[in-house]
Design a protein around this ligand. Structure first.
Ligand code: FMN
Length: 187
């Protein structure tokens, strides 16, 4: 009898474990995911590639129409392009190409380097360029050391009909496993 009860409990355990896995997979697999990113010097690009790979998501690079030169990125020079853009909240640097059929995506991860404690102006261009109604937007960033700050709040203002999460800053060598477990907890 004891053996019988044990075997029933065991099979229930297996069934529960099976259901949990099935639900997790369903949640992830039923969503169409895009990982869009801007990266001036390649750090965020690597994180974005890992994230897209581990989530089996589509990947889109937010390429500036005019690429940033080293001089443009000089944050110590108040007259550099990045300094001028970041000092003007209405700045919207042009993007070279558009996401084909944004409507198909349920979840859009948006990656960028932190510039002056927030999202670069070209991310504001991206957020202003599409109808994100009903979609979940998840910011992620790399930086020297700053956190993601108010980037999510700023992006929410530009896409009021989307649900924009706070997001997360990662170090440049973050693992795929870490990215996956972070992403899984979000939707
Ligand atoms: C114009 C500019 C401003 C930056 N501002 C910050 C900042 O406020 N805090 C920080 O920790 N790092 C800052 N950084 C460093 C970048 O966030 C960091 O190097 C990032 O990982 C670069 O990513 P990327 O290679 O994808 O462009 C700044 C870099 C630039 C070029």
């Amino acid at each position: 009898m004891k053996k019988f009860i044990t075997s029933i409990l065991m099979s229930l355990g297996i069934i529960t474990a099976y259901n949990t896995n099935a639900q997790e997979n369903n949640t992830m697999e039923n969503k169409k995911i895009l990982v869009a990113y801007f990266s001036a010097t390649g750090t965020t690009a690597k994180v974005a590639e890992k994230l897209a790979n581990t989530l089996h998501a589509d990947l889109f690079e937010i390429k500036p129409e005019h690429p940033y030169t080293e001089a443009d990125l000089n944050w110590q020079n108040k007259q550099s392009r990045s300094s001028i853009e970041m000092a003007d909240r209405s700045s919207r640097p042009a993007i070279a190409s558009k996401v084909e059929d944004m409507a198909q995506y349920d979840v859009v991860f948006v990656g960028f380097p932190i510039w002056w404690y927030r999202e670069p102006s070209i991310i504001d261009t991206f957020m202003s360029s599409y109808d994100f109604a009903g979609k979940t937007i998840i910011p992620f960033a790399t930086s020297g050391m700053s956190g993601i700050g108010d980037s999510g709040k700023n992006m929410q203002e530009l896409a009021p009909k989307a649900k924009v999460l706070t997001g997360q800053r990662f170090s440049s060598d973050v693992s795929e496993e870490k990215l996956k477990s972070w992403a899984k907890g979000l939707f």
